[in-house]
Design a binder for this molecule. Sequence first.
Ligand SMILES: Cc1cc2nc3c(=O)[nH]c(=O)nc-3n(C[C@H](O)[C@H](O)[C@H](O)COP(=O)(O)OP(=O)(O)OC[C@H]3O[C@@H](n4cnc5c(N)ncnc54)[C@H](O)[C@@H]3O)c2cc1C
Length: 458
Amino acid sequence: MFDIIIVGAGLSGLQSALSAQEAGLTVAVVEARDRLGGKVWSVPLASGRGVVDLGAAWVNDSMQKRVWRYTQMFGLDVVRQRLEGQAVMIAGEGEGGRVEFPFGIMPEFSAAEKRDLERVRDHIQAESMQTGLPSQEQDAVTLDQYVRDLGARPKTRSMVNLWSQVMHGVESSEQSAAFFIDYCRRNHGLLAIRADDRTGGQYLRYHQGTSAIVEGIAGLVGHANIHLSSPVASIQDHGGHVSVITTNGNTFQGKKCILSLPTTLYKDINILPPLPPRAQEVYNSTRLGDYNKAIVCYDRPWWRDQGYNGFFMSFNGPVNLARDTSVDEKRQFSLTCFVNGQFGRDWSRLRSHERRKVVLEQLAKVYKVDRDSEVWRPIEIFDQVWMEEKFSKGALTPITAVGHLTKFVDVYGKPVGNLHFVGTEFATEWKGYMEGALETGERAVREVMNMLGPRSTL
Ligand SMILES: Cc1cc2nc3c(=O)[nH]c(=O)nc-3n(C[C@H](O)[C@H](O)[C@H](O)COP(=O)(O)OP(=O)(O)OC[C@H]3O[C@@H](n4cnc5c(N)ncnc54)[C@H](O)[C@@H]3O)c2cc1C
């Protein structure tokens, strides 16, 4: 009998395991996939030029202390997000819809459009610097309705929709204003989420890829304590102990169980006794976004020759936003294109070669190049669709149904019997990010220890 069985070997599960061991407890980590890391997944390039991150990529040294501690502990090399050069905004069809601008999140629209976008952005930023939960009124309307009610002009609404697509993989009409504002509140505000410099979430990347953090933590936990290729089918809380049963017939017995999957996946597991009705209602209604990456690797960073920094946004899709994700030291030159929300849903239905074709066509259009351009000669392309991953079913983090964030705050993420819940969606800081996943892992073990009271072991 283990002290704690942890379901899932993503960052929240692995951090739970490590924190539990540090508290003197024994653990078994039971993971469905044949690899570690969940939504962290760095894969090597066939060319031998380093890796690309199909999932999480960016970190911040001053704002994400847990991730940064591991960065230093494992001696990882970082590269600063490259901002030098012009960014491009595609806000409409034709030449008139294309704007080049220096790095920042505010493209040069007309004066009136710019004023309107700044007004709504500043309103959301001010809301996101408040504390506590947003109001029930904000939870009762979609984000799109919320900005319409603020009198937003069409371009402003499109920009808010783009934020929704790139932050959560859904349209602004598919999440409540409260969910969006709460997410911003937990993550240092809208501007920090959108920023690619030292003030925000897209500041640094790793030469070794983010999987190096996962591998490092797993090494500390001990690979013998982690059971891969073991999808959990059933969790039975007997009161005195918990049985965790996998689809391949193995049973793990523990005194407590920490569940680290996104809540959207809870319904895939037979939990007995069933979770309380209100917990089931909120968890059964969360959804994950269509959150995809097309990573296009080149022999050379040709876009820099033309004065571009590789950052572009598009209201026309299918790519909503792209960034230069090169690691020059390894001669890994890539553009990472996010194909999210409705565009991502449509794109994921295409065959792989068609997905790649439409992305290259869009790059050619954004950078105004002809058929002779290097745009058409990538050395490798990845088209990662997270909705197709059976043990993720989308990304970035589960989104509560309209009205549910405030209605179910008393049960959401709260322990039930011997079951405890972790995962980036429950993070109080950097929700949706690796840092947030680590935070919940640490917190769950404190929660378990506090419930034990003066007894120091289970
Ligand atoms: C495309 C993309 C880009 C991202 N970019 C960034 C970024 O730049 N910076 C950043 O900080 N974060 C980023 N993230 C988010 C980051 O990856 C996540 O916040 C974090 O990894 C979530 O960790 P987790 O432990 O909460 O969940 P997960 O990683 O989802 O872990 C859950 C684990 O449970 C396992 N599991 C599922 N079902 C079962 C079952 N039945 N039995 C056993 N195991 C099961 C899964 O296989 C998985 O390993 C990105 C994510 C994606 C997908």
